[in-house]
Design a protein around this ligand. Structure first.
Ligand SMILES: [Cu+2]
Length: 665
């Protein structure tokens, strides 16, 4: 659940949003004197805006003391909030329902935003405005639809112009958990989108209310005994305002009233349904009786409304265009609905979804095993013998691996270790490796450098169908070579090998004369890691993919092994290019070594050479013989200094691709 810092904030947000909504719902139905449509409006908006909705409710709408609602809600800024609440409650509900459905169906984002606009507009116009308002305003349903259309169009355009870019940009931002309704972040982004929509729609709603084209807050007192009592007092205090006295409930529309401080000098204007047909309607665009109450100089004109509609259409177009210029709107929640991207990755409006999944962080929630700090990778796996065949079981899964005390990575690993277990066999052995895939994606295994039947070679889609999650595959062949080899994934290699799916395959010669003699031997398997913002990304040589941690056998210095030997002894180091992003010039202090084998093949005496650095490229292997000449601590390290740091920090003299040979006299 908590994989990013934002998740802690979201928890606080949703607890407050739940409490705020519960309070507003309770308080509204306990007796805030307004029509049900406004009660529901505030409840829905508080559901979306949490504590901000609560703030709007108590500051602009909740009756502070009995009988004061009409006066309390009369200022224009509060009327504007009431009008915006209307719009947002209806439109946002339509938008959010549409967003959930399009995400579940896996429709692309560009379809999503269009469906959202249509659904939001339809829900707002046909249900929230026309249907609910009809109950209060009277008139036919279609008359209400017609009257509501232009004000709803202006308000909805402004709201979507605020909501769409915020939603789209954040849903398709680095943390694309926001694409999927099953994630808390999705709802957080919806909330922020609604807030942006509310903020942009608010000034337009102020204008619409001021011009009498939309309703603001209204007072409606029910026939319940205590409300009746409150009404009685209200009559005295606010004689100008109407109250509901009949059981059918008549409505007083404080929203019709222009605030006293405006120069329109309306005071409180009473409106009763019955009056409506009698009044002339200079503007047939909204609830025209309001316009009818304004002096001719201030009543809205068709030109004004058209200009407002045109301007908000421009805002809407801009709100839609911006995300299309920034993010790939052709992608769906099914494409990228759960991925978190590396900081610095170039993501533009035509970056493919597959590219994003390739570079995405390992989801920490998929970890099935947590390794201890002192667990080593590359441990030799003993085979079991079945009918003379050496059988190994490899299981690929997502683990948490410790590369340094206190520094872990989420890795794709064989048998819960990085590197995977070392398979040590003898030339001529028949081997069978049962691979079980417990990863969230398909995989295969390739036996690097081996001469074997083509169908055992491993490349996904080339020689075999990938092993799907939960499935198994057995590789079986006779080992005809000897030397230093390795195995690694050959499906989505860019991602999977970089995350740890590799291991050493050491083949001893059948003939003892072929052994390259040494007193000790040590295998060095290299890897790069990218760990940022609590997440592990596959390291790769591109923007946003460059590594910041480096390991030998799954550990960064100073957590790497120390090799102990005596002066005069010879050490065979098997360098394995199991890494994926760079060429590492591996250097040993204290004297030269002899390069005795390359890529598993022993060099003829005449071809062997002395060196103190060997460039280990991805896929390459070098067996080198180093003789301890002097006592002391001699380093083995990569000669790219950055590769001997841990997240750019040197610890105890270095980091990363470094280990010590401790030679005693
Ligand atoms: Cu290096």
């Amino acid at each position: 659940m908590f994989v990013q810092p934002i998740d802690y904030f979201l928890l606080v947000w949703f607890v407050l949003a739940g409490a705020s909504t519960a309070y507003v719902a309770w308080d509204q139905f306990r007796g805030n004197p307004e029509p049900a449509v406004m009660k529901w409006g505030f409840i829905l908006v508080t559901l979306y805006l949490g504590p901000i909705g609560l703030l709007l409710y108590v500051l602009a709408d909740k009756e502070p003391r009995p009988g004061t609602h009409e006066e309390f809600t009369s200022p224009l800024w509060k009327q504007g909030i009431g009008s915006t609440i209307h719009c947002v409650a209806g439109d946002a509900t339509g938008i959010i329902v549409a967003a959930v459905i399009t995400a579940m169906l896996g429709l692309p984002m560009w379809v999503d935003v269009i469906v959202e606009y249509v659904a939001g507009f339809a829900f707002g116009l046909f249900i929230f405005q026309a249907l609910f308002m009809k109950n209060m305003m009277g008139g036919s349903y279609w008359e209400n639809v017609r009257k509501s259309f232009m004000p709803e169009f202006i308000s909805m355009n402004a709201m979507m112009a605020g909501m769409v870019p915020v939603m789209a940009m954040l849903m398709m931002g680095r943390d694309m958990r926001a694409m999927w309704p099953g994630e808390l972040l999705f709802w957080g982004v919806m909330a922020l989108g609604v807030l942006a929509g509310f903020a942009l729609a608010y000034p337009f709603n102020i204008w619409l209310v001021a011009k009498g084209l939309k309703h603001g807050l209204m007072t409606e007192r029910g026939p319940t005994p205590q409300d009746g009592a409150a009404d009685a007092g209200d009559h005295a205090a606010h004689g100008a305002t109407a109250q509901a006295e009949s059981p059918t409930g008549e409505t007083a529309h404080a929203g019709h009233a222009m605030p006293a401080h405006t120069n329109h000098a309306h005071g409180h204007v009473e409106h009763r349904e019955g009056d409506e047909p009698a009044r002339p309607e200079p503007m047939k665009l909204g609830h025209g009786q309001h316009g009818g109450n304004l002096p001719p100089a201030f009543a809205p004109t068709r030109a004004q409304v058209t200009a407002m509609a045109s301007f908000t259409t421009l805002l809407l177009a801009a709100g839609f265009a911006w995300p299309f210029m920034q993010v790939n709107m052709r992608l769906s929640a099914h494409d990228v609905g759960d991925v978190i991207m590396a900081p610095g990755m170039i993501m533009d409006f035509d970056t493919p979804g597959a590219a994003m999944r390739d570079m995405a962080a390992v989801d920490p929630r998929l970890v099935t095993y947590e390794a201890r700090d002192d667990e080593l990778g590359g441990r030799v796996l003993e085979p079991r013998i079945e009918n003379g065949v050496k059988v190994f079981d490899l299981e690929a899964s997502v683990i948490r691996w410790s590369i340094l005390p206190g520094e872990t990575v989420e890795a794709f690993a064989y048998n819960g270790q990085v590197p995977g277990p070392t398979l040590r066999v003898t030339e001529g052995d028949r081997v069978r490796i049962n691979v079980s895939n417990k990863l969230p994606e398909s995989t295969t295994v390739h036996w690097h450098g081996m001469i074997l039947p083509n169908e055992m070679d491993g490349p996904a889609e080339i020689t075999q169908k990938p092993i799907e999650p939960g499935e198994n595959y057995s590789y079986e062949y006779t080992v005809g070579q000897h030397g230093t080899y390795f195995y690694h994934t050959h499906d989505h290699v860019d991602r999977q090998q970089s995350l740890g799916l590799y291991g050493a395959l050491i083949i001893d010669p059948k003939d003892a004369a072929d052994v390259i003699p040494a007193d000790l031997e040590y295998t060095v398997q290299l890897q790069e890691w990218l760990k940022r913002e609590w997440l592990t990304f596959p390291a790769m040589p591109m923007e946003g993919g460059l590594p910041n941690f480096f390991t030998i056998n799954g550990k960064s210095f100073p957590a790497t092994d120390t090799i102990k030997m005596k002066v005069g002894q010879t050490l065979k180091v098997r360098f394995v290019g199991s890494h994926t992003t760079a060429i590492h010039p591996m250097h040993i202090h204290g004297g030269p070594f002899e390069v005795a084998a390359v890529d598993g093949m022993t060099l003829a005496d005449s071809a062997r050479y002395l060196a103190d650095t060997v460039n280990v490229g991805p896929g390459q292997r070098f067996d080198v013989l180093w003789t301890a000449l002097r006592p002391g601590k001699w380093l083995v390290h990569c000669h790219i200094p950055h590769h001997t740091t841990n997240n750019n920090v040197e610890v105890e003299g270095g980091g990363g691709l470094m280990l010590v040979i401790e030679v005693s006299a």
